[in-house]
Design a protein around this ligand. Structure first.
Ligand SMILES: [Fe+2]
Length: 172
């Protein structure tokens, strides 16, 4: 589980989670070969079965040249909640929920938002022999990568809010 607080509003946290492309350019140390497989607007071709979901095919860089390809499907069942299901690949069946909760403003009057992310379902089904063999060695690396992902995602949300609050964010 992760818990943190950012200078932003819940919508900035949700926007980060629902930005399907940011993993490729914002987390290049963790993700490669990212493609968006299903988009809510059907721009990917035939309409997705669930119009409110999008899927990302991506490889998670574990160590060196070792990557773990997965398909992750994102939905927002509530305005401040984003759920990610791993539907193919390593850890298939895993579900991660992210919740953004508004807190009171800080001393400067800026909004603060608590972010809580928890694995609500875990799967030990493993898709790749290499990853399986290396798993005990990889877990600390994955955790370390997650810490960096979290710091960067919070920075993304804070920057989005900073741009919105000064009128520099188009369309928001
Ligand atoms: Fe991210």
């Amino acid at each position: 589980m992760y818990a943190g607080v950012g200078v932003c509003e819940p919508e900035d946290v949700v926007a980060n989670r629902l930005d399907p492309w940011h993993g490729a350019w914002f987390h290049p140390y963790s993700f490669v070969d990212l493609t968006v497989a299903d988009a809510p607007d059907g721009s990917d071709g035939p309409a997705a079965a669930d119009e409110d979901a999008f899927a990302v095919d991506v490889s998670f860089k574990v160590a060196g040249r070792l990557v773990v390809p997965v398909r992750a499907v994102f939905t927002a069942p509530e305005p401040r909640t984003v759920v990610m299901h791993i539907t193919e690949g390593e850890g298939v069946g895993s579900v991660v929920e992210t919740h953004a909760t508004p807190l009171g403003p800080d001393a400067s009057g800026r909004p603060r938002t608590a972010v809580i992310e928890a694995v609500v379902a875990a799967s030990d089904r493993r898709g790749f022999a290499l990853a399986r063999a290396a798993a005990p060695l990889l877990r600390p690396l994955v955790r370390a990568a997650s810490g960096r992902l979290w710091r960067d995602d919070l920075a993304y949300a804070e920057r989005r809010w900073a741009l919105r609050s000064t009128g520099r964010f188009p369309g928001a």
